[in-house]
Design a protein around this ligand. Structure first.
Ligand code: PMP
Length: 435
């Protein structure tokens, strides 16, 4: 019946649907998009920085001049033209000599992750992932009924000793390590050059596949990013990337560079899901990369995001209460914040929304309910003055919580300290527009 929220189908769902529950946090995110709310919650690139008129003209031509192919079905692996361009893009990141034959075009990086999960994960298998990790990857692994085991990170990314320990604890159930080594979402940290080979060696010794997710590597603010893992090793490494952050997420074009033996199975899995990626979107990206100054556009994005990162970090430094700490990203879109002792980012969320500021509570980025002491702040979308205003509002909310805590104790300020909730928290995930 339309209009009712009661679900009469609960008994009929497949087992994998059980983990898909909604939460009060999700409802709050719908409020976060209101204009009066300063949203630090999103993950959206600043599309207004694109030359939209020129893009519009390009898209018009794509339909009028080559509509008979761009509006037709295509092949499951994606067009050769785009796969060739993708190999050129990857060579800019240091991945040289990749064959277009080993590239599979996907509907964003998100479908790339989904295809890898379909190919390799049985229910009960273990995926090792950074703690915290990308919320959309958690959703994919949960849908595959896999268990995520988090591996600790620090300012230099994944900690090798923690990875070895996690491998030891997981035994043969561990199928792959999923990681975002560069300008990580949500933590904003980058796996150091020195650790990259060490991590690859550990995985190789353990027979663990590596899924390297690299949407942000080109969005560097301070010199080039370290070489991707795939540039250091081919065997056992799946490289996933996307045009969502370097061009536009609305086109939904990403890719996988896969070990040769696996490529055909990836294509079959993709065909089963979507037949083929959009020919029009692929044509748009191909034209963009062929006829427009896309390298300059990436520089434009970098400049804008660097300025905004500086504005956010400056505001955090000036306004946050004592005891708050945060990461210093050298690229990407996000800062990861750790709250003063006892504050709970999830419990605080309704009060933040009431104060007209939004963020994503840290619990959304863990499969096990940790993260109550953290929040992810985005700096790519709001302008510098608005970022500062957002932090001012947030700091006000935190000061109030701390004051209440000082008077009434921990129960008022939320479930911090010993009462922190554990258990599946993927329902804290924001909707796709906020991922
Ligand atoms: N991986 C990571 C780490 C991301 O942050 C995102 C987008 N937020 C994606 C994959 C998916 O991006 P898309 O599907 O838009 O390419």
């Amino acid at each position: 019946m339309s209009g009712t929220t009661q679900d009469d189908y609960t008994d009929r769902y497949a087992r994998r649907v059980r983990g898909m529950t909604t939460s009060e946090i999700r409802a709050l995110f719908s409020v976060a998009s209101r204009p009066e709310v300063v949203s630090l919650a999103g993950g959206s690139p600043y599309i207004a920085a694109l030359p939209l008129d020129a893009v519009g003209e390009m898209l018009g031509k794509l339909a009028s001049e080559s509509g008979t192919t761009s509006l037709q079905y295509g092949i499951g692996q994606g067009t050769v033209e785009l796969r060739e361009r993708i190999c050129e893009v990857m060579s800019l990141s240091g991945i040289h000599g990749a064959s277009p034959d080993d590239v599979v075009v996907t509907v964003g990086g998100q479908q790339a992750l989904d295809l890898i999960a379909r190919l390799f994960l049985d229910p009960g298998d273990v995926v090792l992932a950074e703690g915290p990790t990308y919320v959309g990857a958690l959703g994919v692994f949960q849908a595959a009924q896999a268990q995520v085991r988090h591996v600790a990170i620090d300012a230099d990314g994944l900690i090798p000793a923690a990875l070895s320990a996690a491998i030891e604890a997981s035994g043969r159930r561990a199928k792959f390590l999923y990681l975002i080594p560069t300008y990580q979402n949500p933590a904003g940290v980058t796996l150091s050059d020195a650790r990259r080979d060490e991590i690859l060696d550990i995985c190789e010794r353990a027979g663990l596949l590596v899924v390297e997710d690299d949407p942000y590597g080109m969005l560097s603010f301070e010199g080039d990013a370290p070489l991707p893992l795939r540039a250091r090793r081919r065997d056992g490494v799946f490289y996933v990337s996307t045009f969502s952050k370097t061009f536009a997420p609305g086109l939904r074009v990403g890719w996988i560079l896969a070990p040769h033996a696996v490529r055909e199975k990836l294509v079959m899995a993709s065909e089963a899901a979507i037949l083929c990626p959009s020919a029009f979107a692929q044509g748009a990206v191909t034209q963009y990369l062929t006829t427009m100054p896309w390298r300059e556009q990436i520089k434009v994005y970098r400049e804008i995001y660097r300025e905004r990162r500086d504005a956010l970090l400056g505001a955090l430094h000036d306004l946050m209460p004592a005891g708050t700490s945060w990461t210093h990203p050298a690229g990407g879109l996000f800062v990861w914040t750790t709250l003063p002792d006892g504050l709970d980012s999830k419990a605080m969320m309704p009060r933040a929304i009431a104060a007209r500021v939004a963020y994503v509570p840290g619990t959304g980025f863990y499969a096990d309910g940790t993260g109550t002491a953290n929040m992810r702040l985005n700096f790519s979308f709001a302008e510098p003055a608005r970022l500062r205003e957002g932090v001012r509002r947030l700091a006000g909310v935190m000061e109030q919580e701390l004051a209440m805590r000082a008077v009434f104790g921990s129960t008022v300020a939320g479930s911090g300290g010993p009462h922190r909730r554990r258990g599946p928290a993927a329902a804290d995930a924001p909707g796709p527009d906020l991922a």
